[in-house]
Each structure stands twice: as structure tokens, then as C-alpha cells.
Design a protein around this ligand. Structure first.
Ligand code: SAM
Length: 237
């Protein structure tokens, strides 16, 4: 009799947590993000209510969570990555708390580290980067502080703004040769990785599909040495 805000992981359905999968398998209602893997949606019981392939406004999702929660049903709200990393999970939790509906957050593997890892990029690495700055790539960006942040920069939802972001960072002092990567559809069969110096990344990554993560910093230079066996197999196939 709870609403579970469950992280689905970064794309590969095998990267959901054991607890998340267990909850999907016994839920009464599954309300999922549009991009969540079909394999995970298929894990819900045959008679479960499934909502999610249609585009729903956030207010409508909040309303449905409260509605089904109040009916005493077990509701899984399945969200890409981790619910609390650019996932609006906090807003849903607040709506439930305000309505007095019991809820639980089941964290997920965020694309934040999983997607770079899948491309052979550790977002921290001893003697290379001991700091990560996480940024929403659309909307206003404080380029001055971001260019001076040091360490690794990970930008979400930045695909449409690659050229503007790279130019803004270079204009505020980040060296144009700083290694950068764009990873599209990370951890899935459709994964594509483009690496280039910061001042060339927008052109190099033109045409990549969403969702994509933009990673900037010297850790990107480790990718060539750390490309996993899994990725090599994917590239060969
Ligand atoms: C609304 S945010 C959700 C993030 C999610 N809650 C998480 O923890 O990963 C969506 C953005 O996450 C990034 N993203 C999510 N999955 C991705 C994937 N498989 N490959 C690349 N980027 C991904 C992209 O920047 C995308 O625009």
C-alpha cells in the first residue's frame, strides 16, 4: 500500500536494482517514463495497470500517483536512472507527502556515472580528477564558475546546446583542447560515443541521438585505455 519511486537505471534493463525489479513484478499499477526499457515494463503482472507510453504532464503524473496511492494499491513509479537526479522524483515525493500518501524511494543507477563508465570514462580518477560538477545543460549556465570549477563536468540534457556550451566555456577560460565526450544512448545497444577537444566536440557529435550526456575533463582521455570488453564487442558487431 505504498507508492514506490523506483530508478530504472541508465538504459540497459539489466542495470535496474534487485529491489526495483522485485517491486515491478508485484505492483498493481506501473507508471513509467516514456523511455524506460520495454523489458522492464513487461515485468509487471499481466493485470497491472500500465501508464507511460503517452506524454503526460508532471501535474497529471502527480495526480495519478496520489489517486492510486489513496486507493491502497501498490504503485511503482518507474523513472530513468535515479529518481532524484534530474528526475523530478523530489516533486513527486513532495506531492505524495502533501497528500499523506506513504511512499518510498528506491534509488537507481544514474546515467551520471554509468553512462561515462560504459564509454570507458571514470568520472573521477586518482591524480586526474577529484571533483565532479553536475550541470543541467539547457537553461542558463554560469560559464564563469563552470569554466573555473576544475575536475570533471557532466552536463545532462545538453545535446541541443553543445556548440553554445563549448563556446561559453572556452570564452571563460577553459582550454579549447580540454578532452570532451558525448555519449548517446549509453549502456544500450544503440550506444554511440564521440570524443574530441572541447572546441571541436559540437561538430564531431552532430547528428547524435538523444538521450546524450556531455562529459568534459581530463578523465575523457582515459577512455582509449579503459574501453571495456563489452564496448569492444558492441563496436565489432
Ligand atoms: C531528465 S534527465 C534524467 C536523468 C536520470 N534521472 C538519471 O539519473 O540518469 C535525462 C537526461 O539524462 C541523460 N541520460 C539519461 N539516460 C541516458 C543514456 N542512456 N545515455 C546518455 N544520456 C542519458 C541525458 O542527458 C538525458 O537528457
Amino acid at each position: 500500500m505504498t507508492v514506490f519511486l523506483v530508478g530504472a537505471g541508465p538504459g540497459d534493463p539489466g542495470l535496474i536494482t534487485a529491489r526495483g525489479l522485485e517491486l515491478i513484478r508485484v505492483c498493481d499499477v506501473l507508471i513509467h517514463d516514456r523511455l524506460v526499457a520495454d523489458e522492464l515494463v513487461a515485468e509487471a503482472p499481466a493485470d497491472a495497470i500500465r501508464i507511460g507510453r503517452e506524454r503526460l504532464a508532471q501535474e497529471e503524473i502527480n495526480r495519478l500517483l496520489v489517486l492510486y496511492g489513496r486507493r491502497g494499491l501498490d504503485v511503482v513509479r518507474l523513472k530513468g536512472g535515479d529518481p532524484f537526479v534530474f528526475g523530478r522524483g523530489g516533486e513527486e515525493a513532495l506531492a505524495l507527502a502533501e497528500a499523506g500518501v506513504p511512499f518510498e524511494v528506491v534509488p537507481g543507477v544514474s546515467s551520471l556515472s554509468a553512462v561515462p563508465a560504459s564509454a570507458g570514462i571514470p568520472i573521477t580518477h586518482r591524480d586526474v580528477s577529484a571533483k565532479v560538477t553536475i550541470v543541467q545543460g539547457h537553461g542558463p549556465i554560469d560559464f564563469r564558475s563552470l569554466a573555473g570549477a576544475g575536475g570533471t563536468i557532466v552536463l545532462f540534457m545538453a545535446l541541443a546546446g553543445l556548440a553554445e556550451i563549448a563556446a561559453g566555456l572556452v570564452a571563460h577560460g577553459l582550454p579549447p583542447a580540454t578532452p570532451a565526450a558525448v555519449i548517446s544512448n549509453g549502456t544500450t545497444r544503440a550506444q554511440e560515443v564521440v570524443t574530441a577537444p572541447l572546441d571541436e566536440i559540437a561538430e564531431a557529435a552532430a547528428g547524435l541521438a538523444s538521450p546524450a550526456l556531455f562529459v568534459i575533463g581530463d578523465v575523457v582521455g582515459l577512455a582509449a585505455a579503459l574501453t571495456s570488453v563489452r564496448e569492444m564487442i558492441a563496436l565489432a558487431s
